[in-house]
Write a protein that binds this ligand. Structure first.
Ligand SMILES: C[S@@+](CC[C@H](N)C(=O)[O-])C[C@H]1O[C@@H](n2cnc3c(N)ncnc32)[C@H](O)[C@@H]1O
Length: 384
């Protein structure tokens, strides 16, 4: 079984938590050597629908564990980072559980604070807690959107330097309401306009709405200190083939985008296995018969993109005079297409074998990839 029993019936939370866990760990280990303080703010912390008393299946338990682990890992490398975490929750009972957990969580490794109340009302208090310059990761995982995901609500956070965001964009809600007159005002608050998706196919609508939201978020980030960047990963309903929400990641660091997309690629396989298992359970409970094989075992890694499309993208992007492709260019490509780095690597390799493109720096180094974006390499199209 992929999904532990305490996540049954909320498999999407399992997928979300695996992404949070994987990405936070990589992020903290990468930025740790360059920061004295790292702050983490869970703006809608819960606990919510938790299946275990120790909150290990909530963003609270998961983030604290990752911060503790990273603090230890960095310390072993002689790097001392102060981790501080802030949790926001409005519900009285949930807040009591949160406080009780934080009181029992005695660790000098991570300093914790909790504020009870509406996120909207607490915004200035949260920003004061973050201090001026400390790197801060904001996790924004609400249950609704009013006074939450609208740009005007988030502006004070988006304008803060040295910040990264993971925002749960409730795509299915937006999809169902964005064409209704009654919700026009909400849509303007979220997108800056009422999105016109008339005549688009479902997958085109999804791409359009998500990219529009990402674009709006990026527009608010202050200029300077790096180009604003955003990518997202879809989380689907466990047993219905439809997107429930997108986790939108916002940063100014191209490396953040590449690492987040690596984590998303890993998640892609987990998500497909989780959904295969959930669908099998549903079939079994309907038929009253257990199936012979675990459906999740037959799920394998699949390419997100059509290889022909990725090859066409490369040919369009390259010219016969060599161009430099480094981490900034890779981040641009990931943002633009929503494909994974492995899609680009595989398509480039295929084109190389067909004699249509070349990597001018390929011969110089020992190779683990066809293109080493981390160091940057010169690529070109062959003259045909
Ligand atoms: C989706 S749940 C959070 C789940 C949690 N992030 C996790 O992954 O385990 C959202 C939480 O935010 C709380 N909440 C909803 N609206 C809020 C608001 N306006 N201000 C503060 N908390 C809010 C809810 O009570 C709920 O506990």
């Amino acid at each position: 079984m992929i999904v532990p029993a305490n996540y049954h019936g909320r498999e999407q939370a399992f997928v979300k938590h695996r992404l949070l866990e994987t990405y936070l760990e990589r992020l903290f280990m990468i930025i740790g050597p360059h920061q004295r303080n790292i702050r983490y703010v869970d703006c809608f912390s819960g606990p919510w629908q938790e299946g275990s008393h120790d909150l290990q299946d909530t963003s609270i338990g998961i983030s604290l564990e990752i911060m503790r682990k990273c603090r230890d890992g960095l310390k072993n490398r002689g790097i001392n980072v102060r981790f501080q975490a802030l949790f926001i929750e409005k519900d009285k009972r949930a807040f009591e559980k949160l406080e009780a957990h934080l009181n029992s969580y005695t660790s000098s490794e991570v300093i914790t604070t909790a504020y009870k109340g509406e996120f909207y009302d607490l915004r200035m208090q949260i920003l004061n807690w973050c201090k001026q310059d400390d790197f801060t990761f904001f996790f924004i995982d609400p249950t609704g959107w009013k006074n939450v995901v609208e740009i005007s609500t988030l502006v004070p956070f988006l304008k803060r330097p040295n910040s990264e965001f993971l925002i749960n964009f409730m795509y299915d809600n937006v999809l169902r309401t964005h064409t209704q007159k009654h919700f026009n005002e909400h849509m303007r608050a979220i997108f800056g306009e009422v999105p016109d998706t008339d005549g688009l196919f479902p997958e085109q609508k999804e791409e359009y709405l998500v990219h529009l939201y990402r674009k709006r978020l990026k527009e608010i980030l202050p200029s300077g200190s790096g180009k604003p960047r955003a990518v997202s990963v879809p989380v689907l309903y466990p047993t219905i083939d439809r997107t429930l929400y997108h986790l939108v990641y916002l940063t100014r660091h191209p490396k953040g985008i590449t690492v987040f997309m690596e984590a998303s690629e890993h998640l892609d396989l987990i998500q497909r296995r989780v959904r295969a298992e959930a669908k099998q359970e549903k079939r079994e409970s309907r038929s009253g018969q257990l199936e012979l094989f675990q459906a999740s075992e037959n799920v394998s890694r699949e390419k997100r993109a059509d290889p022909a499309e990725v090859k066409a993208y490369w040919l369009n992007r390259l010219s016969t005079s060599p161009s430099y492709f480094g981490i900034h260019e890779l981040a641009d490509m990931l943002e633009e297409t929503d494909w994974f780095e492995s899609d680009f690597q595989a398509a480039f390799h295929e084109l190389e074998r067909e004699g249509k493109v070349q990597n001018l720096d390929a011969v110089r180094k020992r190779r683990t990839k066809f293109i080493h974006f981390s160091t940057g390499e010169r690529l070109s199209r062959e003259i045909s």
